[in-house]
Design a protein around this ligand. Sequence first.
Ligand code: LLP
Length: 412
Amino acid sequence: MSIGYRDRALYCEAVALADIAADAGTPCYVYSAAIIRENFRAYDQALAAVPHTVCFSVKANGNLGVLRLLAQMGAGFDIVSGGELYRVVKAGGDPAKVVFSGVGKTAAEIEEALGAGIFVFNCESEPELALIDALAHRLGVKARVAVRVNPDVDARTHAYISTGRLAHKFGVDLGEAEAVYEHARAHKNLSVEGVSCHIGSQLVDTAPVMEAVDRVLELIDRLRARGFDIRHADLGGGLGVSYKPEQSVPAISEFAACIASRLAGRDLHLLIEPGRSIVANAGVLLTRVLYRKKTGEKDFVIVDAAMNDLIRPALYSAHHEIVPVRDTGAPASRVDVVGPVCETGDFLARDREMAGVFPGDLVAIRSAGAYGFVQSSNYNARPRAAEVLVDGAAWRIVRRRESYDDLVRSES
Ligand code: LLP
């Protein structure tokens, strides 16, 4: 079960992508339920030796169909907003398995999370601890908290998605962590139960992660020696995926087993927050070629998806493979794949050697299941794409394409 060619036609599991495009239209995100399940299971099984909860990071893909699939497998969820909590609950997720991260939680969001009975707040500053304490007091509950520490390791990934250095806005410095824990202990309505950390995303090298894990475990030893009853360690997400066929990344099983081995015998519940590694390679963005056009130096393939649908190439210079949905064997050439948005930055690939495609042809932009639809916008008054979930031979639209009416619904 995967996304691949059969008789020169690209399939997602047992469904031809051309059939989906004919019905759902383009641009359209398509996700494979089998791949999502397989990736989730790979984490769950590799961590079997230690008590654990795999908390899917909702920011990577918040579609209700995707969240429901994961909730049914027993996933917990990592959220960063009240909106993400709302999605998790709507999808049937268990609030008791939710961790709430983020540097800017508002009072309203904290109250919603306390009301829902989430598992833990990953707190990022002393004022945040004080606010959670005050709100918990008002609601007559005790809030479970962990402090997110910044281990000051270099994640060696794109600057915009690296989070674990002292110059970043995330967490509290490891050197100040014990003072912050003492501060937290003084709040009567907080139950200080964990330590959390997350050093960045699209990590293809596990060494920095293991370095961070070791620093967190050392901190836990010191906190326990001071009498803190630390019960869990949240080691964040971050495992990268292969965006290019030749790019090798650690397998989920290998990465997770390595983390589990560090925690063995420590009487700690392990939480991890993977997003990308569960959904990225489970998704494609289907788009249709509108025109071809040559300018002085360039050969452009103009498609009906644009930077508003998938901003990763424009924002991070990210590479996504682009393949024809019908492999006609047309000779390859070097092209720029661009969308209709009025910006030179609106490209999906630049100077890409790619199989020949022509107006009317469908192409699939691969590895688009994570940080794809969730980062899409209505820029240029473009309705956002449809989303489809495939499961074996069945498929359904899990988010319909927006209409023009949707574009103006909240305006007056
Ligand atoms: N936990 C925390 C606290 C995070 O900040 C993130 C991602 C994750 C977990 C999940 O990380 P993952 O397993 O997906 O690497 N938009 C960017 C990625 C931003 C990641 C932000 N934080 C992209 O398209 O590459």
